[in-house]
Design a protein around this ligand. Structure first.
Ligand code: UDP
Ligand code: MG
Length: 321
C-alpha cells in the first residue's frame, strides 16, 4: 500500500441504487468534506444491473475520494458489506446504507464518540421505529430479543448495520474463519469496548427496498443457526416428551383394559401416528438446517467475487484482482 491510510473509510453497499445515488453523494460528501480529514468512500457495487455502475464511474472523475468496488454478481447486502469492510483502509470504518435511511450526518458524531471514549465499535441505534410498519416493528423486536438471548446482552437492540468499527475491530473480523458472518451478531460478540449513538431512521430517499420478507426470514434463520445449537436440542426434548406422553397413554390403556372397557382405538391411533410423524419431520427439518450450514462451510465457496477495485484517485484505471 503506497498511499497513507485515511482517517475514515465509509463503506456503502449498493444494489441498483441509481435513483438514490445523486442524493446520497450530495449529503455524504458534504458531511465528509466538513470533517477536514483524509477519507475514502468505498462504494460496493453489488452486481447492479441499472445505471449504478456507470453512475459511480462518472462520479469518480469529480470525487477523488470515491473508490468503487464492483462485485461480479449480486451477492447480497451482508456479503457486499463484508467485501467493503475487509478492503477498507481507514483507521475507522463506517458502514452505511445507500438509501439515506441512515443519515450521513451521524457519522461525525460516531467518530467523535469513538475518539473521545477510545471505543472500537459505535453502533447507530434507532431512536424509534414509529415510521416502520407494525409488522416490521414486531418481527424486529422478536429478532433482537432472541439474539440477545443467544449471543448475549452486548447485542444492542435496534442496531442495524449502520456502525463504526476501528481498524482493530476490522482486523479481528478478518481473522474469523466464517465466509459470511452475520455482522450484527458477530461484531458485538468480538467483545470490543463499544458505544451507541441514537438516530432517527428516515424513509428510503428513492427507489425501493431490496429486502423482501424472504430475505429477512433467511437472515433470521442464519442468525439463529450461526450462533446456537439449541434448536437441535429441541429435537431431543420433543422426543423425550413424546416418550413420556406415550408412557401415560400405555398406563391409561392398561387400566381401561383391566376395567373391561375396550378401547375402540382409532382416534388415539391416528393422533399417535400424526404426532410422531410431525415430531420426526420437525426434527429432520432442524437437522437439515445445520447440515446445510455444514455443507456450505465445507464447500468453502467465497461469499462474493471482486470484479474490480478502483484505487481512490480520479482517472486511474480500475485494478483487476
Ligand atoms: N443491498 C445490496 N445488495 C443486495 C440488497 C441490498 O448491496 O442484494 C444494499 C442496498 O443497496 C442498500 C442496503 O443494502 O444500500 C440496504 O438495502 P435496502 O435499503 O433495500 O434494505 P431495507 O432498508 O429496506 O431493509
Ligand atoms: Mg433501506
Amino acid at each position: 500500500m503506497t498511499e497513507p491510510e485515511p482517517a475514515l473509510s465509509v463503506v456503502v453497499p449498493m444494489f441498483n441504487e441509481e435513483s438514490v445515488l445523486p442524493l446520497l453523494v450530495a449529503r455524504l460528501r458534504a458531511v465528509l468534506d466538513d470533517l477536514g480529514e483524509a477519507y475514502e468512500v468505498v462504494a460496493v457495487d453489488d452486481g447492479s444491473t441499472d445505471g449504478t455502475t456507470t453512475g459511480l464511474h462518472t462520479l469518480r472523475a469529480v470525487w477523488p475520494e470515491l473508490r468503487v468496488l464492483r462485485l461480479r454478481r449480486n451477492s447480497g447486502h451482508q456479503a457486499a458489506l463484508v467485501a467493503g469492510l475487509l478492503r477498507a483502509r481507514g483507521r475507522y470504518v463506517v458502514s452505511i446504507d445507500a438509501d439515506l435511511q441512515d443519515p450521513p450526518e451521524v457519522i461525525a458524531a460516531m467518530l467523535r464518540l469513538a475518539r473521545a471514549d477510545q471505543l472500537d465499535i459505535v453502533y447507530g441505534v434507532r431512536a424509534d421505529r414509529s415510521r416502520d410498519t407494525v409488522f416490521k416493528r414486531w418481527t424486529a423486536a422478536g429478532y433482537y430479543r432472541l439474539m440477545r438471548r443467544l449471543v448475549g446482552k452486548q447485542v444492542p437492540a435496534q442496531a442495524g448495520d449502520f456502525r463504526l468499527l476501528s481498524r482493530a475491530a476490522v482486523e479481528a473480523l478478518r481473522e474469523l474463519p466464517e465466509r459470511q458472518p452475520v455482522l450484527r451478531l458477530v461484531v458485538p460478540w468480538l467483545g470490543f469496548p463499544s458505544g451507541e449513538v441514537a438516530y432517527q431512521r428516515q424513509d428510503r430517499a428513492a427507489g425501493r427496498t431490496k429486502y423482501p420478507l424472504s430475505r429477512m426470514a433467511g437472515l433470521a434463520a442464519e442468525s439463529v443457526t450461526s450462533f446456537s445449537a439449541a434448536p437441535l436440542r429441541v429435537a431431543t426434548w420433543l422426543g423425550l416428551g413424546g416418550v413420556a406422553v406415550c408412557g401415560v397413554l400405555v398406563v391409561v390403556a392398561v387400566l381401561a383394559w383391566c376395567n373391561g372397557a375396550t378401547v375402540t382405538g382409532w382416534p388415539s391411533l391416528y393422533v399417535a401416528i400424526l404426532f410422531l410423524g410431525a415430531v420426526q419431520l420437525l426434527c429432520l427439518g432442524l437437522l437439515g438446517e445445520y447440515v446445510a450450514r455444514i455443507y456450505t462451510a465445507v464447500q468453502g465457496r467465497p461469499a462474493y467475487f471482486v470484479a474490480s477495485d478502483s484505487v481512490a484517485r480520479a482517472g486511474s484505471e480500475p485494478v483487476e484482482l
